[in-house]
Ligand binder design. Structure first.
Ligand SMILES: *Cc1c(COP(=O)(O)O)cnc(C)c1O
Length: 385
């Protein structure tokens, strides 16, 4: 069965105006870093999310890095981060010589567990984490696979302990919590337009904030931190993190189709749930009341006690034989060799999600026949083995 066409986990899906915007950038020679598409894209992001300010950047990772720089994170500082996430949420903590303190997930959203978060904060503040009493410099919750984290509880703890929040909404553009867009709860929010995300500029990211000086500072730092002078004058360490005008043109085209992309991803989820929901041992993440997921990726949990021993790995390998890409859920950061020494708070929720979870092909460009083929193969894997 290896002749079938490839079905990707999540591949770029262009609309009809991206190329026109790129051509426009070429014909006006706005190729170099900034330009009207960058301004327009930032405005589009503000309008869509309701964030007061936005800076278009070279990646989501760059946005997290800048957010931590803007918060003044120093070597030896403690930064609390959701463990169940992509490494890009945590790597910028290490770029700054700070120490990541990882926190478990809870089962309703798969995101940061407020109880484990409080434990982590109290441990940092009482000196149990580093040997000296330290208030964490930031909290990084993540909206995994587009499902919002429990932001009321997380923001309440952050407020009580006066710790800034950098909200990793890289996977959650188009998702909302109690009617408010993901990425607009924290002091700063992070978006990604990497190739596999719900919309893409081939590579890119953005920083959102309602606090104007933070975004102004992000733009300043992202363009090499040049002081105002006719020559090159620097009083700060800068970065080359700005998005180019060409890529912002793609982003503006993608923003026009974002609502359709969210609708398609959500439709994929409904399709899978409908077609696989009867299989015992296979379950889906429900949207709690007030949570609106963009369903960036549809994930299943496989309870091998109910599938006669069939695991997510059996299913993944079976799909691969038919040229279908699927992927285990994110491996928690506290289990990664590179972060082996980092402190961790919580239980085994993230670990079990990783062990039992599988992301199914979820692109907004999948056809009915693609979805049918995935469903057929998952059913075979579970029922026949
Ligand atoms: C994709 C992603 C990022 C990083 O974004 P890039 O644009 O690829 O640098 C950060 N956090 C999470 C949760 C992501 O999925």
């Amino acid at each position: 069965m290896s002749q079938s066409p490839k079905i990707w986990l999540s591949s770029p899906h262009m609309g009809s105006n991206e190329l026109r915007n790129v051509q426009d950038a070429f014909s006006s020679n706005w190729i170099a870093p900034l330009g009207p598409h960058v301004d327009g894209f930032e405005k589009d992001l503000q309008d869509f999310t309701g964030s007061k300010h936005a800076a278009a950047l070279s990646s989501g990772t760059a946005a997290i890095h800048l957010a931590l720089v803007i918060l003044g994170v120093q070597p030896g500082d403690l930064v609390i981060c959701q463990s169940m996430t992509f490494s890009a949420s945590a790597n910028p903590i290490a770029y700054l010589g700070a120490v990541p303190v990882f926190v478990d997930s809870e089962e309703n959203t798969w995101n940061m567990c407020p109880k484990a978060l409080e434990e982590a904060i109290l441990a940092c503040e009482s000196g149990k984490v580093s040997g000296k009493k330290q208030k964490p410099s930031a909290i990084i919750p993540v909206h995994l696979y587009g499902m919002p984290a429990k932001m009321d509880e997380i923001m309440a703890l952050a407020k009580k302990h006066e710790i800034p929040v950098v909200e990793d909404a890289a996977e959650a553009l188009g998702a909302s919590y109690k009617g408010k867009a993901c990425g607009t709860f924290g002091d700063m929010g992070v978006l990604s337009f990497n190739g596999n995300k719900i919309i893409t500029t081939s590579g890119g990211g953005a920083l959102l904030s309602d606090t104007e000086w933070m975004i102004k500072k992000a733009r300043f730092l992202a363009t090499q931190a040049r002081d105002e002078a006719p020559h090159y004058q620097h009083s700060h360490i800068g970065y080359n993190y700005r998005m180019s005008n060409v890529l912002a043109g793609i982003g503006r085209g993608q923003m026009e189709v974002l609502p359709e992309r969210v609708a398609m991803r959500r439709k994929n989820f409904e399709y899978y749930k409908e077609a696989l929901g009867d299989l015992s041992g296979i379950s889906f993440l429900k949207e709690p009341e007030g949570f609106y997921s963009n369903r960036w990726l549809t994930c299943i949990l496989v309870d091998s006690k109910q599938t006669r021993g069939i695991t997510r790995e059996h299913i993944r390998e079976y799909l691969l034989k038919d040229n279908i890409e699927s992927r285990p859920l994110w491996k928690p950061m506290h289990l990664q060799p590179v972060f082996a020494k980092a402190p961790y708070f919580g239980g085994k929720v993230a670990e079990e999600l990783f062990e039992n979870g599988l992301c199914l092909p979820s692109g907004s460009n999948l056809g009915e026949e693609d979805l049918e083929r995935v469903v057929k193969r998952v059913r075979e894997a579970v029922l026949v083995g």
